[in-house]
Design a protein around this ligand. Structure first.
Ligand code: ADP
Length: 603
C-alpha cells in the first residue's frame, strides 16, 4: 500500500477539491437515504397500517421528532384529502430528493475531476523531468522501452485505478456509514449481524487482491519488452527488411505478446471474480437478514412496512460494497504500476552536481586528462589516459571502432564520470564544476545528426535563449547551410520532419554544425560525421567543420584520416589505450599502427 499512499500524496495540491467532493457526497448520501426511507410511509399508507398522528408534535432537532412531524403531516393529509393525495405527496418528495441527490453526486464528481487528472499530469511532468535528468548510462535499448511504458501505460494504469478508486474512496464509505447508522436506528440486532458478516467477506476479497497485484506487475513487464521490440524494429526497419528478418522479429514479438496475453487472461479473470464473488457473499448476508427479519415480522416484533424499508436501505448497501471491493482490486492492479513509476522517479542520478559546485565562465589554458581510466561495467574501456590539450589546439583520436574514442569524448561533458584519475579544465576537476557551466563551454557535433521535429530555425537556435534571426542566419552561412535552406519552400521555417528525415544526411549535418556555430563554444567535440556522405556533401560539411574549428580547442574523433593531418596531436587508440601519439609526419615516420591505418584507408 506504500506506493498507493505515495501516489495519493500527489493529491495534496487538490485538497480543496477533495474536501468539497466529500461535502457533496455527504449531501448526496443524506438525500438518497431520505428518498429510500420514503418507502416506509408509502407502504404503510398502501396497506392501511399507518398510525395516524393527530396531535401536532413538539419540534426539536432530532431524528425522532422529524419523523413524528412527518407522520403528523401525512396523517393530516390522509384525513383531509384521502390516502391518494398522501401517496402523490410522497412520490413528489421522492422525485425531489432524488433530483438533489443526483445533483450533489454530479457536483462531487465535477470537483473531483481536476484532482484525478491533475495527479497524473503532475506525475507525467515529473517523470519527464526525471528522464531528462538521468545520466545517459541509464538508458540502454531495453530501458528505453521500459521508460516509455512507465511514462505512458503505467501512468495510465494509475490514472484508471485512481480514477475509479478516488471517487469510491471518498464516496462509498460515507454512503455505507450513513446507511449503516440508519439501519442501526431501525433495527440494531439485524445490523449487528451484518457488521459481523461483512469482515468475513472482506478477508476473502483481500486474498484474491494480493495475487492480482503480482500478476499485474508481470503484465507490465511483458508490455515493456513488447514496446522495446517494437521500438527496436521501427528504428531498424531498413535492416530488418534487408536481412529478411521479418519472421524472426515477428516471432519474438509474438512470443512476448503471448506471454502478455496469458498474464492478462488470468489477471482479468481474477479481477472479474470480484463482482460475482461479492454478490454471492452478500446474498448469504441478505438471506440471513431476510430469514431472521421475517421471523421477527411474523412474531409481530417489527412492522412489515418498517422491515421492507429496512430491506430497501440494506439492499442499497450492496452496490457500494461491491464497488468498494472492485476498487480494491483496481488499486492492487494500480499499485504494480505505481511501483514501476516510483522506480523510475527514484532512479539514481549518478552524475550529480556538487552542492558547492564552482562556476566557470570561460576556458583559458588547458584541458588535462590525468591518468584517466573508465569502465561501463567491469571491463575497462579506457586505461591510464594522459593528455594535455592547450587552448586553441586540435587533438584527433583515431583507431579501430570499439577502441574507446567516443567514450574518451563523453567523459569531458560528464556524460559519464571517470572511474579513476581526473579530467581538469584550467585546473578544475570537471566534477567540481557547475554542470551547466561545463557544458556551456562545450560544443558537440555527433556522428548522427540529431534534429528535432521542428523548424530549421528552431533546430539551429536549439537550447539558446534570445537569439536574433540574423545570428541564426549568420551561423547557417558559416555552416554552408544558408543556401540550401533558402532554396526550401518555407526557408528557415521549414519543418524538418521526425529526426530530420526530410533532409539529406549532409544537410542534417550542416544544420547541427550551424547549431554549434551559434552556440559559439570554446571547446569543440566532433565525432567526425562525414563518413556516410558522398564526396560533394562531404566537402561542404568538411568546409563547415573547418570554419567551426577555427580559433577553438577541439577534440576530433576521426574516421577519415585524410581530414586530421593538420591536427596538433593525434592519439592512436587501441583497446582503450593510447598506442601511439604525435603529429601526422612523426607518426608516419614511426612506421607503426598509424601508418598501417593510413595505408589501409588509401585503398
Ligand atoms: P569507439 O568510439 O572507438 O568506437 P566506444 O567508446 O564507442 O569506441 O566503445 C569502447 C568500448 O566500450 C566498446 O567495447 C563498447 O562495446 C563499449 N561501450 C560503449 N558504450 C557502452 C555502453 N553504453 N555500455 C557498455 N559498454 C559500452
Amino acid at each position: 500500500m506504500k506506493s498507493y499512499y505515495r501516489i495519493l500524496r500527489y493529491l495534496r495540491p487538490f485538497s480543496l477539491n477533495l474536501v468539497s467532493s466529500v461535502f457533496f457526497n455527504i449531501l448526496a448520501a443524506l438525500f438518497s437515504l431520505f428518498s429510500f426511507l420514503m418507502v416506509v410511509p408509502f407502504l404503510e399508507i398502501l396497506f392501511g397500517t399507518t398510525d395516524l398522528v393527530m396531535e401536532r408534535p413538539e419540534v426539536s432537532v432530532s431524528v425522532n421528532s422529524l419523523v413524528k412531524l412527518f407522520n403528523y403531516q401525512i396523517s393530516q393529509l390522509i384525513v383531509n384529502e384521502g390516502p391518494t393525495a398522501a401517496l402523490i405527496l410522497i412520490c413528489l418528495l421522492v422525485l425531489g430528493t432524488s433530483l438533489f441527490k443526483n445533483l450533489f453526486r454530479y457536483l462531487s464528481l465535477y470537483v473531483m475531476s481536476p484532482a484525478r487528472h491533475g495527479v497524473t499530469r503532475n506525475i507525467r511532468n515529473e517523470l519527464f523531468r526525471k528522464v531528462l535528468a538521468l545520466p545517459l548510462s541509464y538508458f540502454s535499448e531495453e530501458r528505453k522501452g521500459n521508460t516509455i511504458t512507465r511514462a505512458s501505460s503505467d501512468v495510465q494504469e494509475v490514472e484508471i485505478s485512481m480514477l475509479n478508486t478516488l471517487e469510491v474512496i471518498f464516496k462509498e464509505p460515507i454512503t455505507i456509514l450513513f446507511y449503516l447508522i440508519t439501519l442501526f436506528i431501525i433495527n440494531p440486532f439485524l445490523t449487528l449481524l451484518i457488521l459481523i458478516l461483512l469482515p468475513v467477506t472482506g478477508l476473502v476479497i483481500g486474498r484474491i487482491g494480493r495475487k492480482l497485484k503480482m500478476a499485474a506487475a508481470k503484465g507490465q513487464a511483458w508490455l515493456s519488452s513488447l514496446l522495446s521490440t517494437l521500438e527496436e524494429s521501427l528504428g531498424g526497419l531498413r535492416i530488418v527488411k534487408a536481412f529478411g528478418a521479418e519472421d524472426k522479429m515477428a516471432h519474438r514479438f509474438e512470443r512476448e505478446n503471448e506471454a502478455y496475453f496469458k498474464i492478462n487472461v488470468g489477471l482479468y479473470r481474477r479481477r472479474d471474480l470480484s463482482s460475482p464473488l461479492t454478490e454471492f457473499l452478500s446474498t448469504i448476508v441478505i438471506v440471513t437478514v431476510l430469514y431472521l427479519g421475517s421471523t421477527s415480522v411474523l412474531d409481530g416484533e417489527i412492522e412489515p412496512g418498517v422491515f421492507i424499508g429496512y430491506l430497501v436501505v440494506f439492499s442499497q448497501l450492496i452496490n457500494p460494497s461491491k464497488t468498494f471491493s472492485k476498487a480494491y482490486y483496481q488499486i492492487q492492479k494500480g499499485i504494480a504500476s505505481s511501483k514501476r513509476i516510483e522506480e523510475l522517479l527514484d532512479a539514481d542520478i549518478a552524475i550529480r552536481e556538487k552542492p558547492n559546485a564552482k562556476p566557470l565562465k570561460d576556458f583559458n589554458q588547458e584541458i588535462v586528462y590525468d591518468d584517466v581510466s573508465f569502465a561501463y561495467d567491469k571491463e575497462p574501456v579506457l586505461q591510464d589516459i594522459k593528455l594535455t590539450i592547450p587552448k586553441g589546439r586540435m587533438v584527433a583520436l583515431v583507431g579501430p571502432s570499439g577502441s574507446g574514442k567516443s567514450t574518451f569524448a563523453d567523459l569531458l561533458p560528464r556524460f559519464y564520470d571517470v572511474t579513476s584519475g581526473s579530467i581538469r579544465i584550467d585546473g578544475h576537476d570537471v566534477r567540481d564544476l557547475k554542470i551547466a557551466d561545463l557544458r556551456n563551454l562545450l560544443g558537440i557535433v555527433s556522428q548522427e545528426a540529431i534534429l528535432f521535429n521542428d523548424t530549421i530555425y528552431n533546430n539551429i537556435a536549439f537550447g539558446k535563449r534570445n537569439v536574433g534571426r540574423n545570428e541564426v542566419i549568420e551561423a547557417a552561412k558559416i555552416a554552408n547551410a544558408h543556401d540550401f535552406i533558402m532554396r526550401m519552400e518555407k526557408g528557415y521555417d521549414t519543418m524538418v520532419g521526425e529526426r530530420g528525415n526530410r533532409l539529406s544526411g549532409g544537410e542534417r549535418q550542416r544544420i547541427t554544425i550551424a547549431r554549434a556555430v551559434l552556440k559559439n563554444p570554446s571547446i569543440l567535440i566532433l565525432d567526425e560525421a562525414t563518413s556516410s556522405l558522398d564526396s560533394h556533401a562531404e566537402k561542404l560539411v568538411q568546409e563547415a567543420l573547418f570554419k567551426l574549428m577555427q580559433n577553438r580547442t577541439s577534440i576530433v574523433i576521426a574516421h577519415r584520416l585524410s581530414t586530421i593531418q593538420f591536427a596538433d596531436e593525434i592519439l592512436v587508440m587501441r583497446d582503450g589505450k593510447i598506442l601511439e601519439r604525435g603529429n601526422h609526419i612523426g607518426l608516419m615516420s614511426k612506421n607503426g599502427f598509424y601508418k598501417e591505418l593510413v595505408s589501409m584507408q588509401a585503398f
